[in-house]
Ligand binder design. Structure first.
Ligand code: PLP
Length: 418
């Protein structure tokens, strides 16, 4: 595939930094480097790093890797971590096409770089309706047209995508007739933020086929992939990507720690290379110490141990989901509708009798001392909505019960006032 059509001129214009391009040579043992002007690690006060795990195990960072992690390193991530993640992608997704990997400072870092690489000013980008505020906030800065694609309880609706593309530019939300068809679809296939919805495998195949037909790149933002409650995870877009049209972002935030700020992107080499160029000219690389901490843990776990760990994490959220749904049944039946999430940490409530959730959540719910997020925040095109996002990730059963009872009261009072 010719990937240059998915790169903006700005992205194509990025050249390797002369010094960064030398880093692979500098780390070779037979090389004497007069090149980099790297700060001398002898001046760094850190001697070693030991981390105690909740299991009681002590994780001693490999001394050589620790010294390496204190210095500048490769743009695409600490090599043993990059390698470990490459193996993980092969085991988990068995991508049909050749792929490359790059580590970033969280999946947000990577997905915004991917969006920036593929979106010209004034261009149209397809997003789910509703979608993640973090992506919307970034897309707003690109000055592009957002083309929302409808979703339902099984994920993106294939007919909606087909109709949007087949009837372009008549379907262009900006009304511009001269704007070319979008070339990117941004999707959150597992435990969607805000909907909690997971796209079925059937749907993924249908959506993929449409993207193949119209030559669309799929940006798969799968931060909640390992938080699927069913033991058998729904296969990813990457796993069915026979054309090389998927860029997939994974995150360590929901499974190891969000403060590590680590994520990884998998996809066609030419696109990953462009993203690396972006890193090279902006934040240089993700934090070495974060990467080392993650790598030592993943090495300790091994791939099998990693799968056992994510299974435990998914079960943790599944138990919370079950309790939360019980509380929803108890308090919210008369006031809202919802789809029970099969992954992640969100429920998308459609309030009954309320047209616009904004005022209710921002004033009445706050007065009752309960915080939720009004649906407007997730709308690609500002529109009044009865939806509200609630999350069960950080509340215990008593708090869930109390919060939902307060929310129900706020809705009941708002309905009475009408
Ligand atoms: C859908 C989605 N994508 C990406 C991110 C960003 O995750 P990270 O911490 O890996 O940058 C989030 C964070 O909440 C998210 O919900």
């Amino acid at each position: 595939m010719d990937y240059t059509k998915f790169m903006t001129e700005r992205s194509k214009a990025r050249n390797p930094s002369a010094i960064r391009a030398l880093i692979p040579y500098m780390n070779r043992e037979d090389m004497i480097s007069l090149g980099a002007g790297q700060p001398n690690p002898e001046t760094f006060p850190f001697e070693s790093m030991t981390v105690k795990l909740k299991s009681g195990e002590i994780m001693e960072m490999d001394p050589q890797l620790f010294q390496r992690a204190l210095s500048y390193d490769l743009t695409s991530g600490l090599p043993p971590l990059n390698q470990w993640l490459r193996q993980l992608q092969t085991i988990e997704h068995a991508p049909p096409c050749d792929f490359d990997i790059s580590v970033g400072s969280g999946s947000q870092d990577l997905l915004t770089k991917a969006l920036e690489m593929m979106t010209d000013t004034g261009e149209a980008v397809m997003v789910e309706d509703p979608t993640y505020t973090g992506a919307l906030a970034f897309l707003e800065t690109l000055n592009c047209t957002l083309a929302p694609v409808a979703t339902d309880q099984y994920g993106l609706v294939p007919d909606a995508l087909e109709s949007l593309l087949a009837n372009w530019p008549a379907t262009n939300p900006s009304g511009r007739q001269d704007q070319s068809r979008p070339r990117v679809l941004y999707t959150i296939p597992s435990g969607g933020n805000p909907t909690g919805i997971s796209s079925s495998f059937e749907r993924k195949k249908q959506i993929y086929d449409i993207c193949h037909k119209y030559d669309i790149m799929i940006l798969e933002d799968d931060a909640y992939y390992y938080l699927q409650f069913d033991e058998k995870r729904i296969p990813s877009y990457l796993s069915i990507d026979v054309d090389g049209r998927v860029l997939r972002c994974d995150s360590m935030s929901k499974i190891l720690s969000s403060g590590l700020r680590l994520g990884w992107v998998t996809g066609p080499k030419p696109l990953i290379e462009r993203m690396n160029m972006h890193t090279m000219v902006t934040n240089l690389q993700p934090s070495g110490l974060s990467q080392l901490m993650a790598y030592e843990l993943l090495k300790l776990y091994g791939h099998q141990g990693f799968f056992e760990h994510v299974h435990r994490v998914a079960n943790f959220y599944k138990e919370k989901r079950d309790l939360f749904v019980e509380c929803l049944e108890k308090h919210m039946k008369d006031y809202a509708e919802w789809v029970v999430p099969q992954a992640g940490m969100f429920v998308w409530l459609k309030l009954k009798g309320i047209k616009d959730s904004q005022d209710l959540i921002m004033t009445k719910a706050i007065e009752k001392k309960v915080v939720a997020v009004p649906g407007l925040a997730f709308m690609p095109i500002n529109k009044v909505t009865p939806f509200v996002r609630v999350s069960y990730s950080n509340v215990n059963q008593a708090q869930m019960d109390e919060a939902l009872s307060r929310l129900a009261e706020a809705i009941a009072e708002a309905n009475e006032c009408k």
